[in-house]
Ligand binder design. Sequence first.
Ligand SMILES: *Cc1c(COP(=O)(O)O)cnc(C)c1O
Length: 380
Amino acid sequence: MTPIYLDYAATTPAAAEVAETMAAFLTKDGCFANPASRSHLAGWQAEQAVEKARRQVAELIGADLREIVWTSGATEANNLALIGAARANPDRGRHLITSAIEHKAVLDTCTWLEKEGWEITRLRPDAQGRVTAQQVAEALRDDTLMVSLMLVNNELGTVNPIAQVSELLSKHPCLLHVDAAQAAGKLPLDVKALDIDLLSLSAHKFYGPKGVGALYVRREPPVRLEALIHGGGHERGMRSGTLPTHQLVGMGEAARLAQANLQADAEHVSHCRRLFLQELNPGYYQQTADNPDNWPGILNLAFPGIEAETLILALPELAVSTGSACNSATVDPSYVLTALGLPRALALSSVRFSFGRYLSSEQASQAGQLVNQAIERLKP
Ligand SMILES: *Cc1c(COP(=O)(O)O)cnc(C)c1O
C-alpha cells in the first residue's frame, strides 16, 4: 500500500499537465534546442517557450516578466537575494533583519554573511510563531540594507504581516525580501501591491518540478544585485547557465494551474484539514502556533507524552514529517519550535501534517483515524 501523503510542505508531486508539458522539451523530436541559440528556428522556439513560462510565473505574483530571474530553486533564489544585494550595495549599509524561524536557506546565508562582516538581527517570534511589524520597526537602523521575512512558515503555516512591514519600510531606503516558497500558488500574491523588492519562488512547492525556481527582482526602482554564478551572462547577467527549458515550462505550467485553481485548492486543503482533525481525540494533541489566519495547508501538532519519532514509526501508512525535511537527519528538536519557546520534550513530540491538491477527503479522514489509533496504542 502506498502511504497517504501528508507532506506537501516538503514537496508536491508534479501535476500531470506539468509532466506532459515538460516531456515535449527533451528529446530529439521535441523542442530541445538551447534557448540562447540565436542562429536557428529551433533556438527561437525554445526561447519563446521560456518567455511564455516567464510570463506565467510573473503573472502568478503580479510582476513584469522582465523581473523574473530563473534559479535552481528557492534556496538559490534566497542566496542570490541576500548575498547578491549585500555585495552590490556595500554603500547602503551592512545590517540585515530577519527572523529566527526562517528557512535554513535564509538563516545559513545570514550566518555566512555575518562571517563576512555583515550584522544580522534575528527577530524572535512570539509563542504563536508571529513576528510583528513593530519588532521590525524597533530593529531598523540607518544602515539596515534589507529585511528578509518569509510569507508562510514551512513548519507552522503562520503568515507574516508582510503588508505592514512593507508599509513601515516605505519611509526607509531598506530593501524587502520575501521567501514565498510556501505561499506562491497558494495565497493571492501581488508584489506590486505589497511593494516587495525581492521574492523567492520554488516550483516543486506548487506542483511543478524540483530543481527550478525564480527570484523576482524589482525594476522600478531597480534593485542592484551581484551575480553569484558567472558565465554566459544569461538572465541579464544575474544568473548565468544554459536555461533548462523543460524545467522552466514545467514551472510556468504549474504557475498557470495554481493560479487557475487558487480558490479551489485552498478550499480543498481547508476541507481536508477539518476532516483530519475531526478524527483526532482533542485530548491527545495541542496545536502549535494556532492562529486564525494561518495557511490551512500546514498543521503542526504536539502529542504530549509521545515521541514524534515513535509515532511516525507506528504510522507506516502515512508520509509525514517532524518538521523541516532538511533537519530530519538530526535528533535535535526543530529550531523553529525551539524558537517559539516550546519545551524540548513537547518539540520532540511534534509532527507536521501538510495537505494538498491530490489528497482525497477519504484519505484525510483515514489519516486522522490512523493517527488516533496509533496514539491509543502508544499511550502509557
Ligand atoms: C522549500 C523551501 C525552500 C527551499 O526551496 P528549494 O527550491 O527546495 O531550494 C526555501 N524556503 C522555504 C520557505 C521553503 O519551504
